[in-house]
Design a protein around this ligand. Structure first.
Ligand code: ZN
Length: 238
């Protein structure tokens, strides 16, 4: 399960991991918390609602390219995630985790990702709480049967995007070689037609660093030392 804040996060940040999972026949569920109405790149949309509708469709197409099994776009306001009622929003994720029963959950880290977006930080906080609470009987006892996912990962990176305030990123524990799905990740990004200027601006960065994605193991079912891995599912039964 992958929780993101905006349409395009799923490919920009997690595209390699999602496509690799699809190639291994691993079921994936991507939850996007907002429809991205507040984006500065607006395509030919003249209203926020029109942009939201456009980005919803772009998200659907991108998930299709990545081979995502199930995707869902929720109705939170883009740019306003820090003002949501925390326990209510976390409950919605707990409910989905108890229903989908993921082995692994991935989201942004507390740094807010490469562009330090507050919505990304909130996706991280909400997903982290939901990850732990979904497995605890005392939390939301009326919302499904407790489910403990095995692992929580935060996406991180080995470089900063130039000319942007740099995030303070988490050290990675997984280096994912995504060369075999790199073209698909780019193709997924191309589905976000309204965000084409962003793709243009980050082209050089991804050309240079796009062969890998980096993740940090943030929680695990078994006590263990931090290790360097090359697979998000290493040691989990398939
Ligand atoms: Zn985003």
């Amino acid at each position: 399960m992958c929780v993101v804040a905006h349409p395009d996060d799923e490919c920009f940040a997690f595209g390699g991991a999602l496509a690799l999972a699809a190639d291994r026949g691993i079921e994936t569920y991507v939850i996007c918390l907002t429809d991205g109405q507040a984006a500065s790149n607006r395509g030919d949309a003249t209203t926020a609602a029109a942009l939201g509708a456009m980005r919803r469709e772009e998200f659907r197409r991108s998930c299709e390219v990545l081979g995502v099994t199930q995707h869902e776009l929720m109705d939170y306001h883009d740019g306003r995630l820090e003002f949501v009622e925390f326990p209510v929003a976390a409950e919605q994720l707990v409910e989905r985790m108890r229903r989908f029963k993921p082995d692994m959950v991935m989201t942004f880290g507390g740094d807010g990702g490469l562009n330090t977006h507050a919505d990304h930080m909130m996706a991280s906080m909400l997903t982290t709480a939901a990850f732990h609470w979904a497995g605890q009987e005392k939390r939301y006892p009326d919302v499904g049967v407790p489910h403990k996912a095995q692992r929580l990962y935060y996406v991180t990176a080995n470089a900063h995007i130039p000319n942007r305030p740099p995030p303070m990123m988490m050290p990675w524990t997984v280096t994912l070689d995504i060369r075999s799905v790199r073209e698909r990740k780019t193709e997924a990004f191309r589905q976000h037609v309204s965000q084409a200027p962003l793709m243009e601006r980050t082209k050089e960065f991804f050309e240079r660093y796009g062969a890998e994605e980096f993740y940090a193991l943030a929680a695990a079912a078994d006590p263990q030392p931090a290790r360097q891995e090359t697979d998000l599912f290493a040691g989990l039964a398939e």
